[in-house]
Design a protein around this ligand. Structure first.
Ligand code: ZN
Length: 151
């Protein structure tokens, strides 16, 4: 293992710690039109993902919940990454994330900040922690839940 790789891994860990301690978009969304709950019993991670989707574009994404550092950081990074993206692009990114976390880096895919989660590949037991937010967002996208109406 080269020194450079060690530095990179340290940087990746810092980003994960930062997103765990200060998760972005960490709130319930009152005007969400898609939402889903996710649970990873292996680790105890529990998330609710909210999305506001219009004309096939994920305009806003947020989450609440509790779990390990990887699951929270992954959800935080995901909500940042998918904002403003078409659903088709979000689903393709989810697919490539899964490949990156379980097999190898997909050719030609730039993950941006999501790359910090690539180290999880070395810890198969944590892959579900890293993909929970994505699975949950996928469920939210495909099954819009009717929002409760008061009238
Ligand atoms: Zn976990």
């Amino acid at each position: 293992m080269t020194e450079q790789y060690g530095d990179l891994r340290e940087l990746y860990q810092e980003v994960i710690f930062d997103h765990n301690r200060h998760p972005r978009n960490f709130h319930a969304m009152t005007d969400a039109n898609h939402t889903a709950d996710g649970h990873n019993p292996l680790c105890g991670d529990q998330l609710t993902i909210y999305a506001r989707i219009h004309n096939g574009i994920v305009e806003e994404a947020s989450f609440v919940g509790h779990g390990c550092a990887i699951s929270k950081a992954s959800a935080s990074l995901m909500t940042e990454a998918v904002k403003g993206k078409p659903i088709s692009e979000v689903e393709s990114l989810f697919h490539d994330m899964h490949v990156m976390l379980t097999e190898s880096h997909p050719e030609g895919r730039d993950f941006g900040k999501l790359e910090v989660l690539s180290g999880v590949r070395e810890f198969p037991a944590r892959v579900k922690c890293a993909t929970l937010a994505w699975h949950t967002l996928h469920n939210a996208i495909i099954q819009a839940r009717d929002t409760a109406r008061t009238e």
